[in-house]
Design a binder for this molecule. Sequence first.
Ligand SMILES: *[C@@H]1O[C@H](CO)[C@@H](O)[C@H](O)[C@H]1NC(C)=O
Ligand SMILES: *[C@@H]1O[C@H](CO)[C@@H](O)[C@H](O)[C@H]1NC(C)=O
Ligand SMILES: *[C@@H]1O[C@H](CO)[C@@H](O)[C@H](O)[C@H]1NC(C)=O
Length: 342
Amino acid sequence: MYLQVTIVLIFLVLLSITVSFPTGCWQRTPAKTVCDFRYWSPPLLDSQYKIGPYQVEVKKLSGNFSSQAFIGLMGDRATSSAFILLDCDQSDVSLPANTFTSNLNWVRSLYLNKCYIRNGIAAGTLSFLIGLTSLQVTNGIFGPMNAYSLSGLMNLTNVFIQAEFLEKTFPAGLFTKLTAVTNITIQTSSLTSIPPGAFDGLTSLTSIDLSGNLLMSLPVGTFDNLVSLMRLTLDGNNWKCGCHFTWLSTWLVYSGVTATMTCSSPVAYKGFALNRAIAELGCTTSTSSPKIRSRIIAVLINSIPFIISIFKAVIIDAIILTEVLIYLFNRARVHLSFDELS
Ligand SMILES: *[C@@H]1O[C@H](CO)[C@@H](O)[C@H](O)[C@H]1NC(C)=O
Ligand SMILES: *[C@@H]1O[C@H](CO)[C@@H](O)[C@H](O)[C@H]1NC(C)=O
Ligand SMILES: *[C@@H]1O[C@H](CO)[C@@H](O)[C@H](O)[C@H]1NC(C)=O
């Protein structure tokens, strides 16, 4: 009996030794592991842990990140709180195109903190993170971005970016492939311009926050066709208010979107809300812009069934009324005839 227990114990001790825990890493909770990039040798493997982690933090990341660093993590027990966090401590970092491998479909959030990615993010680098719902970049630097830097993220709903864009803008297609996205924030990111069509086709988008950038103007129709948009946060930029913004002022009235936007220049209108500046400038409201015209036509087309139903109701009421009148008339006639008879 004692012998059997001893054998089992020895077996368990041997088993725990053969699980070779990765150097430079800790296990914070059964779900979470933290690795110090300076001492860690990637890749991470489920077999290095008793239970494969699904919350992974890499600290002190700098220089070239390793290819396929997470290739052994299968996320068998992953929940909606699964994440990968890369913390670069204000170091320059390059992410190879195969940083994130196809086994990572369980990752829900990707956090990049203080990462100076001066080479930018190459096309498709994130495309295997197909289960990603949230991308959060804080205190970072982004070099050149590609129209396909965020491609493949079909389930991404929340994009939060606080990173200096070295190119002061981003390519037109960067966000337009994120068909599920509901919230886009690009705050204090040194943007001086937004490309035309930056948010085209994002019909689930409810909120855009571009506050704290260096924007003076926006391409005409930037927010057209965003049928779900409810909130637009544009404060803290260098908006130059003038009649070139009449389209936005008109669009805000038609769309009912709540927006915060105050003018920085010209001096006479500094601190004014856009709509007030446009009104005081006496800009002629133009509904001749094709986008606005198509919106009005769309509203009319949408209301055709309503107009038809009112029309129908009126006709039916008229028929009923006529029948009632005829009935009353006939009754009156019958009464009259009776009166004549008596
Ligand atoms: C990163 O890799 C590139 C080549 O891909 C190399 O030129 C560069 O020196 C590497 N940087 C560091 C910090 O190792
Ligand atoms: C993407 O979202 C849909 C709907 O919420 C879900 O059914 C699907 O499993 C998600 N895809 C991944 C890879 O998580
Ligand atoms: C997304 O935007 C909506 C609408 O403005 C807001 O209510 C919600 O809190 C936002 N969600 C996130 C995660 O920022």
